[in-house]
Design a protein around this ligand. Sequence first.
Ligand code: FES
Ligand code: FE
Length: 459
Amino acid sequence: MRKSIDELVDVDNEGTVAREIFVDDELFEQELEHIFGRAWLFVGHIGLVPNPNDYFQSRMGTDPVILTRDKAGDIHVLLNTCTHRGMKLCRSDQGNTRTFTCPYHGWSFSTDGRLVSRPGGLYGVPGFEKHYHSELDKQKWGLIPVPRVEVYKGTVWASWDIGAPSLLDYLGDMRLYLDYALDYRDGRPDGAEVIGGVQKWRVNANWKMIPENFIGDLYHDVSHRSVDAVGIGPSGKGRRDKFGNRVTLCFPQHGHGVIGQLPFYEEYEGVSGTWGDSPEAREYHEHVHRSRVQRFGDRMRVAMSVGTIFPSMSFHGRQPRTIAWVHPLSATETEMWRIFLVDRDAPDTVKDEARRYYMRYSGPGGMTESDDMENWSYATRASTGWRSRQLHFNYQMGLGHARPVPGLAHAVENGEYNEENARAFYRRWSQFMNASSWKEIPMPDGTGSELVTDSEARQ
Ligand code: FES
Ligand code: FE
């Protein structure tokens, strides 16, 4: 008989998670509805659709969606399937178009999702007058819009659940760390540019292993020993980013968490040796650093390195600024996407150094991400056997040693090496999986109230 969710995930007493949740097809189906059908999901960045009628093909769970900017400039997220007979409407990754015309029978939809009308023409609904006798209700047969869409400082989020809390409540105080990554030079929220396109690749691993890694797994440093042994960081010089007293900080009631350094920036973070050290870049990053200290210094607990927003979006807040998000394909296969952000007005040297860093660091060919992929895929594969899938993963490190964070009502921190944030992630996973609607998913009171940053700009 199938075990209950609470039997599968017991992070608070035993500190264990059943391997089954990483390999089981039925649980995967349940995740699509309970997690990917309800949570706020990151779907892209407005830098991918800068102009009217731009589009970017994304995904929510296993559903293909199109992120569009319509001709009036408004952002939409639309289900990428023709309402006539289901053809995948948009099949190119990214571009600009006035209409999406279905290759099957020719129905055409504008970038805001309406089934368009061009009487007598080839487009719109071919044969609308002659074959449909002008009786088809075009208003009813537009593309299916994702009902909740919010743009926050350039990031676009969507949820299928009209009962979901606002994005800001969903983020809670984790928002401060998202601001840290998204507020660009001098705090402007609108200055980001996505460089180098979107990296996309597949990993033969369960999707949860990836955000779990980014939410707080500093313990896996040993995996990257070869990079450290040769002494060449992803910049081509210096070492990997390892300095300061690292600590994990999490927002357990939301399932989000970050890794960072203590204290928050008393001195220059020293990124230059890590990912580039031309004098121009050094000066630029020192400027960004000083500006951040001014804006965040008395409110932030840690200098953020990397973190995860439950369930599937992870981001680096320092340099480089990247967003990685995962799309589950099956219980044991996941597509991983990553974008890289720089200030639009950064000097060319800075952009060039960032691009080089990104290529060396990330993706299946990167110096460190390839190590991680080996771990995730072999751990998944070694958990699919009849015997191995009966076992549990161990999340006991630091159990019972979390400390509240003064001034941060809903946060706890633990030492450098612990599994606090992973436990929070799976506790949140259990809450989503057990709930029959958003009403049953606990939300802390008053989240996101005291830590709001200066700029509230949504776009
Ligand atoms: Fe798209 Fe028929 S499936 S027009
Ligand atoms: Fe890693």
